[in-house]
Structures are given as C-alpha cells and as structure tokens.
Design a protein around this ligand. Sequence first.
Ligand SMILES: *Cc1c(COP(=O)(O)O)cnc(C)c1O
Length: 401
Amino acid sequence: MSVPLLDLKPQNLALERELTEAFQRVLRSGHYILGPELERFEADMARLLGVRHALGVSSGTDAILLALMSLGIGPGDEVIAPSFTFFATGGCVSRVGATPVFADVCPICFNLDLADVARRITPRTKAILPVHLFGQAADMDPLLALAAQHGLQVIEDGAQALGATYRGRAVGGLGAFGTFSFFPSKNLGALGDAGLLVTNDETLAQKAALLRLHGAKPKYYHHLIGANFRMDALQAAFLSVKTVRYAEYTEARCRNASDYTAQLTPLPGVQVADPAQCGCSLSVGDSKASEVRLVLPVAYPHNQHIWNQYTIRVPGPGRRDALRAHLQAKGIGTEIYYPVPLHAQPCFARELALPDSPSGKFPFPVSDRLAQEVVSLPIYPELTESQRAEVVAGIREFLAG
Ligand SMILES: *Cc1c(COP(=O)(O)O)cnc(C)c1O
C-alpha cells in the first residue's frame, strides 16, 4: 500500500455534489469576483477567528503583502521574521521595498526565538512577523509585549494555522493583522489560490479593502497605489462548502497526530520534544543527543495545535535523508519543510552581506540544524488507520536497521 504525503482527492471528491452546486450557483449568478459569495465566507471566517474584519484576498502571500502595505511599511524599514519558514514570509517584506531581518527559531515549537528577535531590533525596525508554523501558535504574549515595548507592529502569518488557538484566543486577531492561506494543501484548502487578511482595527480594515481594489473608491478614483488582491467568487463558494466541515478536518488531523505520537514514543531512541526547553537553544547541543534518534513534535498545553504538518527531527549526519529514502522505497511520501532557511537563500545573500545587516550579525544555529534534521509525515485528515500503521512500521524498521 502506498501512503502519499498528501492526497487532496478524497476530501474534495466526497463533496463533489455540493461543490458542483456551488459552481453552478456562481456560474448562473454572473458575479465572478468578490460579491455576495465572498461576503458570506468572510463573515464565516470573522466568526471562526473571533475578529471584527475578514477580507478575502487572492492568496496567503498577497495577504502578507497587503498587511505590510496597509501599515505603510516600505523602503528604509526593517521587519523581523523567522528564518525557518516558507519563502513568502520574507519575500513579501522585500517586495514592499523594506528589509527582512531574519531571526532564529526554537527547536521545540519551531517558532520565533524571542531572545534572538530582541537582539536584532534596531531603530529601523517597524514590525515583527511571527509565523505559527506547522499549525502551532508562536508564543504571542511575550512577543506582543516585546513589540509594544519597542513600538512595533505585529503581523501574524497564520497560513498554516487557521483556527489554532493561543491561550484560548484564535491566532490572527492578536496582532495588527493576521494572514491566512487557502492554498489547496493548507488545512482549509480551496480549489485554487485564495487567502484571507484579518484585523480588529476599523481604519486598517478600510485601508486594506481600498488597497485590495487598486486603491480606488469609487471605481477609477485612486487614493492609494494598491493592486489586484481580490478573491474569486468561485473559490469563496467552494470554501463555504468546506468551512462547515472544518472542525471535522481539524479533529482528524489531531487524531492522526496523537496516534503517531502514541505509536512512535515507545520505539527505541524516540522522544517527544520537551516544552520545558522552549526557546532554549541549548537543547540543540543537548548532552544526551547521541542517544536520541528521533524527536517527535509536541503541542504545548496552552495551544490548540491544528497539525498542518507532523514534523519530526532525525538527528545525526545523513540520518534524516536515510529515513526519507527508507520510507520512499516503501511508497511512503514525506517532505522537508524547509530544506534551506531564508537567511541562506541566494536571493537574500546580498542583503545579508551588508555591513550593518541585523540578519548577518548573529548566526542561526537552530534554523541551520532544523533544515538538516526535519521531515514531515503524512497527516492529512483522510489518512486511514492502516496507512498510519504503515508509516509507523516503516519508521520502526528504520530504527531497528
Ligand atoms: C502557504 C504559506 C504562505 C503563502 O500562502 P499562498 O496562499 O501559497 O500564497 C505564506 N506563509 C506560510 C508560512 C505558508 O505556509
């Protein structure tokens, strides 16, 4: 039996009749961009996330871009973002003409290391852009306190964490803006590109809505230089079909994650990451590291993790790649999120080499190490019990070999 890393078909084909009805409704409405389908979806998202304003946009990337533009961030400004994340988080900062300043992450929760963020703040810093990576919230209370202390804006990249909570509050509404993605592989996936921008601030919401439409109000009267950041009515209609099932999808992901953890923990050399070591980069050079052959991800008690990825660490030179090859040979799909941290990407090399670059000033030991050690296992909601057993068996064999 093969176990793909991700298979979108079982989820979407199970909804074929409703998705087809949604398509026909939009087709016959003659209204294909924004409009009532999107407004309904935006209201559902605002309710789910407990925010005042939710704006459907063209992608998760464009949501970040729109947040930065709405805050007036541009040339001469610095924005601190994690090095260990998807490219868009850093790329958008460069696209508005500002400078992305990369910070290292925590090896336990994979999110921003706040001590490292603090030492990279300069008089030019305008914002912090935390990512809730793999579906688990970053440590927002101390991050918001640090931002407030320095007068910085906070934009949450929640692309992988729609509906995840931090101390009982949904992520996305904690900073000035929250951004989400409905890329098909995200926890709530469209049948194409789509994204969401949320905020509790009325003025920022109005500015973002204006920028989403080339800054025009009414049409052809341009107050600001925006762009086309609109969502299609079709994607909104498809997403509405799936939104009512979203809690079930999340529950299935959580079940898959706890099943992996329960079955893998007893294997020799396997340990669950220790939340007590959060933010403690020392655990990287842990004295018992040589006995640890596999580290499982952990959901912190104060977080509701939504498991966009179940990402394990395989310490030891070449071990991660050997595990991947072993699983691949058995038809089990895995992926490396992410093989190259942003600070090591060629497109940022010139910027990092500048004499006062706050990114270049300090090293990234955790991000560098994670890029060598992480591998993500299949976790999608429709994964069956026998498929999970197959993955566990593959890992057991590898550890015994
Ligand atoms: C997917 C993702 C994005 C970008 O979303 P798109 O909809 O693909 O543009 C941004 N940040 C993170 C962390 C992501 O995982």
